[in-house]
Design a protein around this ligand. Structure first.
Ligand SMILES: Cc1cc2nc3c(=O)[nH]c(=O)nc-3n(C[C@H](O)[C@H](O)[C@H](O)COP(=O)(O)OP(=O)(O)OC[C@H]3O[C@@H](n4cnc5c(N)ncnc54)[C@H](O)[C@@H]3O)c2cc1C
Length: 385
């Protein structure tokens, strides 16, 4: 019986970055799709933008992650990394006033340009290529749906046939492998399109949507450009399926020669928004991708060991009455860790968060308090009472 030191479930950008940190260990990645990076990570525009506005913990975290991510991708995958900067154009007068009000609080230098503000710290990566490169030479089992996990005799048992000492869950919107109601991940669906155009754009632009630089010269002498993204919250599972099925029917009828006809309901809106930023000539839609961003209630990520709510409440029932208990006393599942809730900034945050999670697992270093699962647990306890 083979026992892995680490198994990662889910091979999006979160699982891939963690795998890269653990590449010298006995490690297996499990993925239910036929290939890696088919969930949110396969749909992402993968723009790496600074967060602007009023100072707060989330902004500090995102901007620290951005600096780390730029260096990380440039060093590891330079061919899929484009440090081209972004022109941020306020959508309306209200946004412009907001930018002016908080400009002193910007973490990065910018220069006024055209109708907006240019930040050269911003970049763009090729989402799928980056995920592929990060897990190169690492053992992965695709088409493998994890149905259940159990901890017995000091080991995690996955579907009763794969065994490991440490289990790391990076399953994005599908966060249902254990019954912990406090982890309430909500999907925000969206679409990104890749187009060809004879318009050449030197940098990324963001207004009501993001338009990438012309990052690839195509055979016909035109350029490849990514445009993202839309945002949809659905209240029922049926609505989610319908949204995905629209894309399925598009995929089945797609042939390379058809590209002029490709269009989805979202892509029409994306192209209108992109054209409002700059007129794009001779546009053909090359590819349309949809995926679901996994969001927590406060849009902060979830990282670290998983709290066992039943055991914790059994030991400290008065938590429900508001009595404070140090979170170091909460019961946690043995060697079960999570990285999720990366929302719309997974490619910005995953490299740094993976590094600190692996440091935590191996060396017991502290994780930033405001992004562990503790806040979700405490919020749930207060609501449950
Ligand atoms: C349209 C769109 C545009 C975006 N644009 C950007 C952007 O410009 N910049 C940016 O930084 N971020 C962007 N994002 C967000 C980014 O894509 C996500 O934050 C990131 O991909 C999340 O990565 P993940 O690894 O957590 O999840 P995912 O990529 O969803 O990966 C989770 C994986 O787990 C697998 N899995 C789940 N359950 C199981 C199971 N039981 N067994 C086996 N495998 C399982 C899934 O199949 C999936 O492959 C965008 C997202 C979307 C949808």
């Amino acid at each position: 019986m083979k026992i892995y030191d680490y198994v990662i479930i889910g091979s999006g950008i979160a699982g891939s970055c963690i795998a890269n940190e653990l590449k010298d260990e006995s490690l297996l990645i499990l993925e239910k799709n036929p290939k890696n990076a088919q969930g949110a990570s396969g749909a992402a525009g993968a723009f790496l933008n600074p967060l602007l506005g009023k100072n707060n913990n989330f902004k500090t975290l995102v901007n620290e992650c951005l600096l780390y991510a730029n260096t990380f991708y440039e060093k590891l995958i330079p061919e899929s990394f484009f440090k081209v900067g972004v022109l941020r154009i306020p959508k309306n007068e209200e946004e412009r006033k907001k930018f002016e009000a908080f400009k002193e609080e910007n973490d990065f230098d910018y220069i006024p340009k055209k109708d907006g503000y240019f930040f050269d710290v911003a970049s763009h990566v090729l989402a799928v290529e980056v995920c592929n490169a990060l897990i190169k030479n690492i053992e992965i089992k695709c088409d493998y749906d994890v149905k259940h996990i159990n901890f017995k005799n000091e080991l995690w048992h996955i579907n009763d046939e794969i065994f490991c000492k440490n289990l790391i869950l990076t399953t994005g919107k599908d966060c249902n492998l254990f019954d912990e109601k406090y982890i309430n991940i909500r999907p925000v669906w969206g679409e990104k399109i890749d187009i060809s155009s004879t318009t050449c754009i030197p940098y990324n632009t963001h207004k009501a949507c993001s338009v990438s630089s012309s990052f690839k010269v195509l055979e016909e002498g035109s350029y490849k450009i990514s445009i993202g993204a839309t945002h949809h919250r659905f209240t029922t599972y049926e609505e989610e399926i319908k949204y995905l099925e629209e894309l399925d029917s598009f995929n089945k009828t797609y042939t390379h020669n058809d590209t002029k006809c490709l269009q989805s309901s979202d892509s029409v809106g994306l192209l209108e928004k992109a054209n409002d930023i700059l007129p794009l000539k001779d546009v053909r839609i090359l590819d349309i991708k949809r995926g679901a961003r996994a969001c927590s209630f406060d849009y902060l990520p979830l990282i670290g060991p998983v709290i066992d709510s039943k055991k914790t409440l059994h030991s400290y029932p008065y938590l429900k009455k508001g009595t404070k208990v140090p979170s170091s006393k909460f019961s946690r599942y043995e060697k079960l860790f999570i990285l999720n809730g990366l929302g719309g900034r997974g490619f910005v945050m995953a490299p740094y968060l993976s590094k600190i999670l692996v440091d935590h697992i191996k060396n017991n270093t502290e994780l930033p308090n405001d992004i562990t699962l503790d806040r979700l647990f405490m919020r749930w306890v207060r609501k449950e009472k």
